[in-house]
Design a protein around this ligand. Sequence first.
Ligand SMILES: O=C(O)CCC(=O)C(=O)O
Ligand SMILES: [Fe+2]
Length: 331
Amino acid sequence: MTVGSYLQLDMSTPPLTNQPLTNQPLTNPPLTNPPLTKWTVTPITGVFGAELTNGRLLDDAYEAALFNQLLVDHRLLVLRDQNLTHAEQVAFAHSIGEPTPAHPVVPGHPDHPEILVLDAAQGGRNAMWHTDVTFMPSPPAASILVADSVPASGGDTMWADTRSAYEALAAPLRTFVDGLEAIHRITPLAYWGEPFDSALGRDDAQQLLDDSRKVPPVVHPVVRVHPVTGRRNLFVNPGFTSHLVGMSRVESDGLLQMLYAHMTQPAFVLRHRWRVGDVVIWDNRATMHYAVDDYGTTERRMRRVTIRGGTASGPGGMESAIVADPLVAVR
Ligand SMILES: O=C(O)CCC(=O)C(=O)O
Ligand SMILES: [Fe+2]
């Protein structure tokens, strides 16, 4: 029997209803037909995320196809006590897909070019809701984050399930957002000619402006159809989405703020309390995340590897693309 023969791939999109959240179909059910695996799969919230226990990544019984299935089913997987070395993190990334270089503009680890080191002492704090690298036409499909040093308290990371958020929108809003397109930029503030946020120092502001000149803007559908599950999710994020196409700034900012407030409601969010040796892997196509910055100058060091992904497809067939004209939204 091959691995694939017992994978339960749900390609169907269930009819969308507009019921209160508590009446929504359970999107994170315990697996009713457990695959033949060593993993014990424990859902984390009522809508997404699962902890895998009772196994080690990359050991003899590890099955990449099964792992990928669990990842798209649950959107986020937590594995404690893995203590992966840098080389093992990269090897694991190869087992589930093709690792990308660490980042389009930030240099990777000197010995492991796929690894992005996020050291709080070096400014590696990501206290902003974002989906990784959506300023590129083909953002990563998944991210693999390992904790090397964590504060005794604080320094948690939060993830939001953008699929459940989409499915819980009122029906007329789902129809409305299905047809929208959004511009994403490495430095969203720079689009409007205002890279100089008052919270930034001069060097950081200069860096933002330089980055924005190196990486052209891209357009993505606001609603993404997941390439594996066929389910729809919201695909805008405050970190990199600068504006909606064809709208005034008031319209675009107002709509995006409403979507962000909706997406970050506690019912769609989980919060991970890190221990050294943890690995968290997320489906970067259907989630966004936020690293809580509540630990002052305490040491916190993480390392990330991203898995190559494809362009996003919208419900009407719109595909992500580089934007030749950065004034695309000016009417
Ligand atoms: O430091 C964290 O918890 C998350 C950092 C982050 O945004 C990422 O790894 O993509
Ligand atoms: Fe991130």
